[in-house]
Design a protein around this ligand. Structure first.
Ligand code: IPM
Ligand code: MG
Length: 357
């Protein structure tokens, strides 16, 4: 297996946090003799500025050839006013779709050191370990028809289509059940089957797939209730599987339970474990260029990459342990800072992780 990575720093804080993650990658590559190579390409606003489109062919071709992709974040106010079809976010959606990265894994893990940074009471979140499995290449994000049309009376009307085929539901359900087997063997499927036919089918197919996994306990919840339960009693959850839009929303909510979205990595995988790895947070234009962004989510995304795509468990664990150690040293970027801790910037945090490896 070749072992090549395409790095897409993107926009906003993307280049800063990816810069630190690549230092960590380089260090473990050497320490564990992983034989990984990498190259940088443009995506999002940076690509629009250079090539006029958010996902240039050269980026897409390189990503298709690579074994894994590491992404920072895309988007920012600079590109908000340009035509919808070539906005930075469209580049992200297109690369997910072109690479067939249908399975988005978003762990929400509370580091014990950060319990006081959560907006919930420590006893509600202590020990929290949820894995959200979000379907990433279907649903209302990609459904046709979509657009804004002008009605006969001159009024404009926006419309999108939420659509899932059985095979799309089946394959993401299998991913969720298989991951649950390696965890606490519980899957919650989130739907809105009381109103939306598309999620009624979702519920039916997930229930069918569950028969292949007699050791896993399946339950169902409507999305509104799931949103409520996540802040009421989040520790009841193990694996949560849901569609693209609900997964987008619930994963941000789950992230916040852990104190900061700046801590959470994600993996987007295809059928063959090729993956794109990125922090769950966005490009944070308000703090871009200030050297204060938290690089840990991106660094932890490198760990996920080593684990899921390259099967390098020891190297992945080494990074995760190093992150634990810098938190033990009380180093905190502003997003996870609490009284009595030592405030550090992006580069200091990255350097501390490299030192702790
Ligand atoms: C995410 C982001 C993206 C999404 C945006 C930037 C298109 O919010 O990865 O969760 O909605 O999928
Ligand atoms: Mg989101």
């Amino acid at each position: 297996m070749s072992k090549h990575i395409v790095i897409l720093p993107g926009d906003g804080i993307g280049p800063e946090i990816v810069g630190e993650a690549v230092k960590v990658l380089a260090a473990v590559n050497e320490k564990f003799s992983l034989g990984l190579t990498w190259e940088n390409q443009l995506l999002g606003g940076a690509a629009i500025d250079a090539h006029g489109v958010p996902l240039p062919d050269v980026t897409l071709d390189a990503a298709k050839k690579a074994d894994a992709v590491l992404l920072g974040a895309v988007g920012g106010p600079k590109w908000d006013a340009i035509e919808r079809s070539i906005r930075p976010e469209r580049g992200l959606l297109k690369i997910r779709s072109e690479l067939n990265l249908f399975a988005n894994l978003r762990p929400a893990i509370l580091y014990p050191q950060l319990a006081s940074a959560s907006s919930l009471k420590p006893e509600i979140v202590a020990g929290l370990d949820i894995l959200i499995v979000r379907e990433l290449t279907g649903g209302i994000y990609f459904g046709q028809p979509r657009g804004v049309r002008t009605l006969e009376n001159g009024e404009r009307q926006g419309f999108n289509t939420d659509v899932y085929s059985e095979s799309e539901i089946r394959r993401i359900a299998h991913v969720a059940f298989q991951l649950a087997l390696q965890r606490n063997k519980k899957v919650l499927s989130v739907d809105k089957a009381n109103v939306l036919e598309v999620t009624e089918l979702w519920k039916e197919i997930v229930t069918e797939v569950a028969k292949d996994y007699p050791d896993v306990q399946l339950s169902h919840m409507y999305v509104d209730n799931a949103a409520m339960q996540l802040v009421k009693a989040p520790k009841q959850f193990d694996v949560i599987v849901t569609g693209n839009l609900f997964g987008d929303i619930l994963s941000d909510e789950a992230a916040m339970l852990t104190g900061s979205i700046g801590m959470l990595p994600s993996a987007s995988l295809d059928q063959n474990k090729k993956g794109m790895y990125e922090p769950c947070h966005g490009s944070a234009p308000d703090i871009a260029g200030k050297g204060v962004a938290n690089p840990l989510a991106t660094i932890l995304s490198v760990a996920m990459m080593l684990r899921y795509t390259f099967g390098a468990e020891a190297a992945a664990k080494c990074i995760e342990d190093a992150v634990g150690r810098v938190l033990d040293q009380n180093l905190r970027t502003p997003d996870i800072y609490t009284d009595g801790m030592q405030k550090v910037g992006t580069q200091e945090m990255g350097a501390a992780v490299v030192a702790a490896l």
